[in-house]
Design a protein around this ligand. Structure first.
Ligand SMILES: NC(=O)c1ccc[n+]([C@@H]2O[C@H](COP(=O)([O-])OP(=O)(O)OC[C@H]3O[C@@H](n4cnc5c(N)ncnc54)[C@H](O)[C@@H]3O)[C@@H](O)[C@H]2O)c1
Length: 316
């Protein structure tokens, strides 16, 4: 039975991955420094630790046959707050991993490594990272290219992992749904920019599926490439009284890109089970049932939460 270490497993995607692995035949352990949570409550071995704590992490790597590497400062704004810290966590710790671990690695990168480009992009398209976040992920990828590592370049995630997993409200589908639910108004800047989108549970399934495969290299994963204005209309379908306010955007959105997932489909049968409408309904349910009391709590936004910590002098 393989032992799987989920590094960054207390996060949004980590919640969905951990749930799925808990129902599997694998031994599962989560390693995370709980940047956004006070405690970890899933019924799984949990090691509180920072990926920069090499001694602690090395002990766990010795235990693991497979590492699912999710730990990162995630998002352009969050990464910009402290670029040195971002590089230390997102890039340097992956370099160290590549030098100190020979098991299977499943690594999450991002489609934002492509930057703004006006055509459908595949894994051979030129990269054009326009943020510290994208740049840190692209550099991290390079350390893994000759390892037993599969790298997923993910679109922007949406939906809910499960009712007890961390959820992020700073991602475009989720954020537009929150705005429609709480303000009755969605502001769209520009709107013609495309974004590849993907349900958080579909990624979790692809991660699990590849624990025992031998596929390596880079794969784009997306459900659909969607224009932001079309997404706003789609959210409006779930909140018919909601108003859409469109503002012409004075600058080019750095995250305008469309990707193809053909390579993942052909190689390991990548497929999706969850639509954007499902994701919108899941977020709506969280709000309607009061599971999220205050959608403005900073814990749901990586940027706001880390900014608050910096202001309190608690920058880790
Ligand atoms: N959510 C998306 O839309 C999206 C899109 C593309 C790629 N990704 C990638 O997927 C992965 C997971 O993203 P997410 O949305 O779950 O983000 P998240 O912020 O919810 O989770 C990141 C987790 O990593 C942990 N972490 C951060 N720094 C750490 C450190 N120094 N040591 C140990 N743990 C640390 C955090 O506590 C958190 O639990 C990331 O690598 C991200 O780059 C996510």
């Amino acid at each position: 039975m393989k032992s799987v270490l989920v590094v960054g497993g207390a996060g949004y995607l980590g919640g969905a991955v951990t749930d799925l692995l808990l129902k599997s035949k694998y031994n599962v352990r989560v390693y995370d420094n709980l940047l956004y949570e006070e405690s970890f409550r899933k019924p799984v071995d949990f090691i509180y630790g920072d990926v920069r704590d090499k001694k602690k992490l090395l002990n766990q790597l010795r235990w693991a046959d497979v590492v699912v590497w999710l730990a990162a400062i995630v998002g352009d704004g969050a990464c910009q707050l402290n670029p040195d810290l971002t590089m230390a966590i997102n890039r340097d710790s992956v370099k160290w991993l590549s030098e100190n671990y020979d098991g299977r690695i499943i690594f999450m990168s991002t489609c934002s490594v492509y930057g703004a480009q006006n055509r459908e992009l595949d894994e051979n398209s030129p990269t054009n990272p326009l943020s510290i976040y994208a740049s840190s992920k692209l550099q991290a990828e390079n350390f893994l290219i000759n390892k037993n590592a599969i790298i997923f370049r993910l679109g922007t995630l949406f939906g809910v992992g499960d009712l007890f997993s961390r959820v992020r409200m700073d991602l475009v589908v989720n954020i537009l749904t929150v705005k429609a639910a709480t303000l009755g108004k969605i502001n769209v800047f520009g709107g013609n920019q495309f974004r590849p989108l993907l349900h958080v549970k579909d990624v979790a399934r692809m991660i699990k599926m590849n624990i025992e495969t031998e596929y390596t290299g880079i794969y784009n994963l997306k459900y659909r490439n969607v224009r932001i204005i079309d997404l706003a209309y789609q959210v409006q379908n779930h909140y018919p009284n909601c108003i859409i306010e469109k503002t012409d955007m004075p600058f080019q959105d750095t995250r305008n890109y469309r990707v193809s997932s053909q390579k993942a489909k052909e190689t390991f049968g990548f497929s999706t089970n969850y639509s954007i409408d499902t994701g919108i309904e899941e977020i709506k349910y969280l709000i309607n049932t009061g599971r999220i009391e205050n959608v403005n709590n900073t814990r749901y936004s990586n940027y706001k939460h880390l900014e608050e910590q910096i202001n309190r002098g608690k920058n880790k």
